[in-house]
Design a binder for this molecule. Structure first.
Ligand SMILES: [Zn+2]
Length: 165
């Protein structure tokens, strides 16, 4: 069965690709959702594949492209945060991580966490930034948080959001 599929694919490669492209274009959301679910269900495999892919020339090129894409995106955002504003934010949170409450020091360096992630249209402005330790920032990833909520669920772990007004 597999061999037949492969032969069929090779013979009709062009048509299949055009067909797939059409589907993608007509309903990008559905496909995104589907591939996201697939990734979730095959996380181990995806991670292993990604690790292998990055070693190949194609993988390296892909990685570079996405880095450039990300950098371009950063250029497009509103970027008004000054160093003083960042210090004020740190002061407002008593130099503690806004999520876990861990105090910042030489070993726990504060990171700027975007309430609305850059990838979701957030800007690098003082209203959109809270201090987070590396662990919390990584765990939050690109999810949007609601700082008015006492607690917010991120996947399995519940994380408290500390606000000191
Ligand atoms: Zn933290």
């Amino acid at each position: 069965m597999k061999i037949i599929q492969k032969e069929y694919y090779q013979k009709n490669r062009k048509e299949i690709l055009i067909y797939k492209k059409k589907i993608r274009e007509s309903n990008p959301k559905l496909l995104n959702e589907r591939s996201r679910k697939w990734r979730e269900n095959n996380l181990e495999y995806v991670r292993r594949r990604d690790r292998e892919l990055i070693k190949t020339e194609r993988g390296k090129a892909n990685h570079q492209r996405s880095c450039i894409k990300r950098r371009t995106k950063i250029k497009e955002i509103i970027n008004t945060l000054t160093f003083k504003e960042w210090l004020d934010i740190l002061k407002k949170y008593h130099f503690k991580c806004a999520y876990c409450g861990k105090e910042f020091d030489l070993f726990t360096i504060p990171e700027r966490d975007h309430i609305i992630p850059i990838s979701k249209g957030g800007n690098n402005i003082k209203e959109n930034i809270i201090p987070a330790c590396r662990n919390c920032n990584a765990r939050k990833s690109n999810k949007i948080i609601n700082i008015n909520q006492e607690e917010k669920e991120w996947g399995i772990k519940k994380v408290k959001v500390y606000i000191n007004e």
